[in-house]
Design a protein around this ligand. Sequence first.
Ligand SMILES: C[S@@+](CC[C@H](N)C(=O)[O-])C[C@H]1O[C@@H](n2cnc3c(N)ncnc32)[C@H](O)[C@@H]1O
Length: 277
Amino acid sequence: MRALLADASARLPGEEARAEAERLLAHVLARPRAWLYAWPEHLPTPEQCAAFERAISERQRGVPVAYLLGHRAFWTFDLAVTPAVLIPRPETERLVELALARLPREQALAVADLGTGSGAVALAIASERQHARVLATDISPDALAVARSNAARLGIANIAFAEGDWCAALGDAHFDLIASNPPYIEGRDPHLGEGDLRHEPAHALSSGADGLDAIRTIIDAAPRHLLPGGSLLLEHGRDQAERVRDLLAARGFVDVESARDLAGHERVSQGRLPPAR
Ligand SMILES: C[S@@+](CC[C@H](N)C(=O)[O-])C[C@H]1O[C@@H](n2cnc3c(N)ncnc32)[C@H](O)[C@@H]1O
């Protein structure tokens, strides 16, 4: 194992090379990573060596580690991920925190997560608010299959799933809160051709020339699916907050504000419909 890890770390780029090689070897051996340190002389079988070699070659091609491992930590879970879904990002936990702050614990509120991908946001909210009913939607049936299997594996039952285009998937239902981490990268952003992004679904990443097509569509339609006083929360790019706030205010949302992530960037904007008169 010591020789395998030294060779693989030398072939992978970046500061994380050694850590990635260790995670991939631990995965192939179905052991915790700490086990590699306890048994550095262990001799993997030829099949395990071949599987590790395949994983390292894929990683050299840029396939994200999360896809190779088949899972990624988010909130309090380890979520299954496949190339059909965006790999959940730590920044998106801010969207969950802000949604939870608007959802009193004991009330049976209705919540929708638009573009659920692996189910990350919907599952985190459903697990923290057990009286809430959460509807998770996506346009991709393959993504919904991943989200459904995550819900089943985690034993989270207060969640339902619907396939469809943004708010069209909501039918005629009304919600206390709608949250979404939609695609928001500008269509011609050069980052789309770099690193892990090359391997994630394009429709999960970018949305029109200025990146705001999906956000515009959601903001336009959401009031028809929110109860009076209901909230809309949207994750967006770090330089999009002002434009998203303007779109929310122009559509009649009140108490419009943006929240910063740990790095100090405004990454989630939110507003409420006025309460019923
Ligand atoms: C940025 S990913 C977010 C995934 C997940 N919510 C997360 O935070 O990890 C955007 C998601 O929106 C979905 N999506 C893209 N276009 C859509 C549309 N027109 N209607 C509904 N969902 C869509 C994609 O399939 C993808 O799962």
